[in-house]
Design a protein. Sequence first.
Length: 342
Amino acid sequence: MDLLPSSDQLELVAAASEFCAEQLPVSAIRDRRDEPTAIAGKLWSTAAELGLLGVSVPEQAGGSGLPFDDEVLLFRELGRRLVPGPLVASVLGARLATLTGHPDLARAITSGDTQTGLARRRSGEAGDRLGVTGEFDLFDATDAEYLLVVEPAGAGLVTRESLTGVTRLDCIDPGTRLGSASAVNAPVLCWVSAQDDPIRLRGLVLVSALQVGIAEAVRDLAVEHARNRVQFGRPIGVNQAVKHACVDMAVAAEAAWQQTLFAAISLHSGRADAEFQVLAAKTVAGRAAIGNAESNIQIHGGMGFTYEHDAHLYLKRAHVLDQLFGAPRDHLGALLALEAAQ
């Protein structure tokens, strides 16, 4: 069995990497920190034209119809490049629309004509297909017409107009637009139960892939700096305190990637322990992204703490991603509960 990426998968990742390097450099995050959106509408449409929002969406709904592992490989690369915007919510929103018989909506999302943000419940009773009520945190919903709401019973799309008290909040990550809103029995346009399709678990795998990309990116930045930064006539990488930190970063990134891949395969193949593997991936990848980003700042020394350097952007994004679809302690608690039940 060949578990290495295929030539088609490598071509997909290479195309995405080239686009991000040319059109979405990390430095652009600082340039747009005061703009309403973290990514310009034209670039979002271009990304959609390249197929970045519809990798696993069926072709009849405007997607490419590729397997889930292709999407995970792509999101790993998007994480390495710190690509901003409602990536996860858009991909899941398009899938949800397809599953519920709304191909036109799915096509509008995958083409970039319509944006879908993420609404994470902060308080209130869990919703269902009849409606949602409560207080929500909004992620990258500035230009979103629809919002993805993920509940224990399933996932649904609600319109932004059905929410009240929408307020923009400051975010530690200049590449993420954060907000808050309330909902009182907001009608659900599309709904898929967790039994029919595990939207939440799928989202956790994609977030894990983004976190793996961050863990790998900062690992490479640290190694490059340790190799080229010379002090007292020698590269700082010859010092054990630095080289050991780089090795720890490499081990953490590799462990996170292998667990995320296994989680994706487990979910796609319907393994009985799929939820356990997904929660394990989210826990391991989250710790790798945050831990590696912190170590990268430390290895860069004084320059790593400046706003002009990119190092802090990776750490801030890692913290934001770690809060999607639930707090890390909730994921770890669920993981431990599943382990105890086995």
